[in-house]
Structures are given as structure tokens and as C-alpha cells.
Ligand binder design. Structure first.
Ligand code: AP5
Length: 214
């Protein structure tokens, strides 16, 4: 099964992708994570994308489509979870073509609905484990009291450079201008499955499961 998790910054895409990986043996493909890995690798592409990401703008379609294309050549496992991709109509068209080339297709697009006030609160309280990427939140999922990641035992936690109110305003605007048209795009294709992303993490996971098993 191949699915897209579609939603604004902070909607919980990464959190739910990790739950789906564990529960269903699917493979998370997060273009945000790929770009963050590229920027720390010191490559020319990494340097180019760093400034764009910190400002909250979208990286070019050409770069992200190239990153996804490389990953689709790997093992399909239990299917792919596209997290943060596609983000433009051009990326959506490219994904359809790439999946077809690999003899597969998209099963569902889970649209995670969360209002803007909750997004700001979530993002400004987020941290991640520096070793395994487990996502925490000062308010709703704090780092364990012993200071060790519950997933891998790591003790280094980081906050993202773009997790501030200024970048978030730009990220939200980019979402509404360039990514939200995908809601209509996938609705027209009969793939759209909206879920209430405002519930607790387990409640959202359960709603997504119901949608995927329908
Ligand atoms: P990316 O890394 O994709 O960031 P994003 O879309 O802004 O999404 P986030 O990772 O911020 O949020 P999320 O929905 O995964 O939420 P999370 O689960 O962490 O992209 C970063 C940048 O890379 C972009 O701005 C752009 O520059 C570039 N980029 C990436 N892909 C691109 C593309 N395709 N094209 C062009 N440019 C691209 O949760 C957030 C917080 O909330 C956490 O603390 C979590 O614990 C908490 N939380 C989660 N669920 C709940 C819940 N149900 N209740 C309470 N708290 C919750």
C-alpha cells in the first residue's frame, strides 16, 4: 500500500508516519528528512537548500523529485508513506508517473486537518532525538524524565532551525498557496481521506488505520 500524508507543518505527518512504519512495515519517505540530511552532508545542493528551508520556503521541484526517484529504486517493503511530498501540483504529477514506472500506484491520500493555532503551539514546542529522529513535544509528549529517548536511549535532542514563529508564517503561507490545491487534485482522483488531526496522537493513528483498512 502506498499513501501520502498531506497536511500543514506540524499536522503530525512525521509522528503518524513512524507509527505506520512500526505497525505496518511501511517505509517512510520524508523529503524534509532527506533535505536535512543533505544540508549536513556539506554538498553544494545541501548548502543551496539550507537557506531556503530556514526561511520556510519550498525547495525546487526538480531537487525533491530527484530525491524521491532515488528512493523508489529501493525495496518496496510494505509500501511507501510519502511524508511532506508532494507539495506542489508538479510534484504530484511526477509522483504519479514515477509510481506507474515502478508498476505500482497510490492507494490513499490522508489529509490531516489541524487549525493554525494548534500548529503554532505544536511546532514551537517540538524537539527530536538526535540519534533516531523520534519526535517529542514539551506539552504533549515530553522527553522522558531520565533524559533518554524512549525509542533508542539517545540523550541528544535537537530543535529545528525553521521551528520559529517567523519561518512558520512563511511555511503556512507556502502550504496554503502551493500545497493545499492538492486536496482538490486528489479528491478528484477519488483518493482523498480526511482525518481529524486535532485529536491525541493515538486517536489520530486509530482514525488513519480505520481509513486505510476501509
Ligand atoms: P518538513 O520536514 O516536511 O516539515 P513540515 O511539512 O513543515 O512538517 P513538520 O515536519 O514540521 O511537521 P509534521 O506534520 O511532520 O509534524 P510532527 O509529526 O513533527 O519540511 C521542512 C522544509 O523542507 C520545508 O519547509 C521545505 O523548505 C523543505 N521541503 C520538504 N519537503 C519538500 C517538498 N516536497 N518540496 C519542496 N520543499 C520541501 O509533529 C509536530 C509536533 O506536534 C511534534 O512535537 C509532535 O510531538 C506534536 N504532535 C504530533 N501529533 C500530535 C497530536 N495529535 N496531538 C498533539 N501533539 C502532536
Amino acid at each position: 500500500m502506498n499513501i501520502i500524508l498531506l497536511g500543514p507543518p506540524g499536522a503530525g505527518k512525521g509522528t503518524q508516519a513512524r507509527i505506520l512504519e512500526e505497525g505496518r512495515g511501511m517505509i517512510q519517505l520524508s523529503t524534509g528528512d532527506m533535505l536535512r540530511a543533505a544540508r549536513t552532508s556539506g554538498t553544494e545542493m545541501g548548502q543551496r537548500v539550507a537557506a531556503i528551508m530556514d526561511a520556510g520556503e519550498l525547495v525546487t521541484d526538480e531537487i525533491v523529485i530527484g530525491l524521491i526517484e532515488e528512493k523508489l529504486n529501493g525495496d518496496h517493503g510494505g509500501g511507501f508513506i510519502f511524508d511532506g511530498f508532494p507539495r506542489t501540483l508538479a510534484q504530484a504529477d511526477a509522483l504519479g508517473e514515477l509510481l506507474e514506472k515502478h508498476g505500482t500506484s497510490l492507494d490513499a491520500v490522508v489529509e490531516m486537518r489541524v487549525d493554525d493555532d494548534a500548529l503554532v503551539a505544536r511546532i514551537t514546542a517540538r524537539s527530536t532525538c538526535g540519534d533516531c529522529g523520534e519526535v517529542y513535544n514539551d506539552l504533549t509528549k515530553p522527553i522522558p524524565a531520565d533524559g533518554k529517548c524512549s525509542n533508542c536511549g539517545g540523550t541528544e535532542f535537537k530543535r529545528r532551525a525553521d521551528d520559529n514563529e517567523e519561518s512558520l508564517k512563511v511555511r503556512l503561507m507556502e502550504y496554503y498557496k502551493k500545497t493545499s490545491p492538492l486536496i482538490g487534485y486528489y479528491y478528484a482522483k477519488g483518493k482523498l481521506a480526511p482525518v481529524d488531526g486535532l485529536g491525541e496522537i493515538d486517536a489520530v493513528a486509530s482514525e488513519i488505520s480505520t481509513v486505510l483498512d476501509a
